[in-house]
Design a protein around this ligand. Structure first.
Ligand code: FES
Length: 117
């Protein structure tokens, strides 16, 4: 019997695209509804989160594909400056300290970055 809750992998970008800014936004469509997300990388690790700030639910990016603060050590929300750890998505400064971005599982296969939904 097929498992209706089985999660699937969706390609969202290539490693080369992610290397440009170390962050990349994506939109996936499920049942004709958009799902907004982002991927970020630090050294050789890649993390993905839903693109929704736990403060007020706004999207996080400053400009297209730009999510990181100046020294690329945090994801920084463009709306009110909340800062999130790259590897946990936990807010450690700003208006929603202690809350976290919703993590997504990342699979890198060759140079394709995929997200599990
Ligand atoms: S909506 Fe992100 S800090 Fe306010």
């Amino acid at each position: 019997m097929p498992n209706k809750n089985k999660q699937r992998l969706f390609p969202v970008c290539t490693q080369e695209e992610l290397n440009v800014l170390n962050s990349k936004e994506f939109i996936l469509y499920q049942n004709n509804r958009p799902y907004f997300g982002l991927v970020v990388q630090k050294d050789d690790e890649i993390f993905a989160y839903t693109n929704s700030c736990p403060h007020q639910g706004r999207m996080l990016q400053w400009k297209k594909d730009r999510f990181l603060n100046k020294d690329a050590s945090r994801i920084m929300c463009a709306a009110h400056g909340a800062m999130f750890e790259l590897h946990t998505g936990i807010c450690d400064a700003g208006p929603c300290v202690g809350k976290r971005l919703k993590p997504l599982r990342v699979v890198r296969e060759n140079s394709v970055i995929q997200i599990e939904l």
